[in-house]
Design a protein around this ligand. Structure first.
Ligand SMILES: [Ca+2]
Ligand SMILES: [Ca+2]
Length: 355
């Protein structure tokens, strides 16, 4: 930089000196021009070489001197000019040098700035690294804390591991018990299901029984005895009409299997009515003396006649029971009108088929 300033000062001095020289040149030229103008030579300023030789010898001498002076000035000026050009060239070169130097300086600053930037980055980088280090350190501390906590927890675990073991054993036993209970529950459930199935069947059976109950029970005015229901009529009808009337109620005139039945049914009749004589289901109307049960067609196979009967007195072909005398039998006239004993089944056979 210092060299450049010196060069610039030198150039400035040269330019100032050149100006002074130029002023001298122009002053001389002014003087020459004034001299030539006084001699009325209008072209002298621009065309000094055209001064004619036709002028007087005195004038020619002056003109020679002026021409010589002009030529010298011209040569001097040319030299000065060349010098100036040279100096300008030097100046321009100096400027180029200065520019180059400045450029170099700029480049240096840029380099320094780059270095500073690098340094800054390095510093920043170092800060980051330090922060990272601090982070790592903090993390390490945290990890250490965690390890300590874990160690404490582990110690605590070790201290209580026996208790845990016992608890686990207890839990295992509880689970086993639960499994057994569950298995038992399964068994019980299966049993319950079986019971449910049975219960459902029983329910159905009960429903069937309920359905049958009306048929099983002998509803009023029918009376229950063993496998049959018995009806003691209020109407007094002939034996045939009695049979028809009984059949219209779903039954037929009573048939006995043995003496006991005769006696029991007689007792039943007495408990209901004060009537003594009732028609029963036997007749010898088809063949005298051959008593048969009318509905079944079977022969009366046991004897329960009152004394002297059946006597067929005025043709008596229909059987009566005298309930006041334990139901003992008599043969009576079939057209005579009497109450009757009607018998119908309880549908026992149907009940058995449902069971
Ligand atoms: Ca008879
Ligand atoms: Ca008789």
């Amino acid at each position: 930089m210092e060299n450049v300033e010196v060069k610039i000062d030198a150039i400035n001095n040269d330019i100032a000196s050149f100006r002074l020289d130029m002023i001298d040149v122009y002053d001389n030229m002014e003087q020459m021009n004034m001299s030539m103008c006084s001699r009325k030579s209008p072209t002298s300023q621009t065309m000094p070489t055209e001064v004619t030789v036709k002028q007087s010898s005195q004038t020619q001498e002056v003109e020679k001197r002026l021409l010589s002076a002009w030529q010298r000035e011209k040569k001097y000026t040319r030299n000065q000019y060349q010098e100036l050009v040279n100096r300008i060239e030097i100046l321009e070169k100096g400027q180029k040098d200065l520019e180059t130097l400045s450029s170099g300086q700029s480049e240096s600053i840029e380099n320094v700035l780059g270095d500073l930037k690098f340094l800054k980055e390095t510093v920043v980088s170092n800060t980051v690294n330090r922060d990272e280090f601090i982070n790592i350190k903090n993390q390490t501390i945290n990890v250490q804390k965690k390890i300590t906590t874990m160690a404490d927890a582990q110690q605590h675990l070790v201290h209580n591991v026996k208790g845990f073991g016992e608890k686990i054993q207890q839990a295992t036993q509880d689970i086993k018990n639960m499994v057994e209970k569950v298995n038992k529950i399964d068994e019980i459930e299966k049993k319950v299901q079986t019971i449910d199935t049975v219960m459902n069947k029983l329910k159905l059976t009960f429903i069937e029984i309920d359905k049958l109950s009306d048929e099983v029970s002998c509803l009023y005015p029918w009376n229950n005895y063993r496998e049959s229901c018995y009806y003691f009529s209020n109407l007094k009808l002939s034996w045939k009409n009695a049979m028809t009337d009984c059949q219209s109620k779903g039954g037929s005139l009573v048939e006995y299997k043995n003496k006991a039945e005769v006696q029991d049914i007689a007792k039943m009749a007495l408990s209901i009515s004060s009537e003594n004589v009732y028609w029963v289901g036997a007749t010898d109307i088809e063949k005298e003396g051959n008593w048969k049960w009318s509905k079944s067609g079977s022969t009366v196979n046991f004897r329960y006649w009152m004394d002297g009967n059946p006597d067929n007195y005025y043709n008596e072909d229909c059987m009566t029971t005298q309930v006041e005398d334990k139901g003992i039998w008599n043969d009576a006239a079939c057209h005579s009108e009497k109450k009757y004993i009607c018998q119908k089944a309880k549908y026992v056979s149907e009940m058995k088929s449902h069971a």
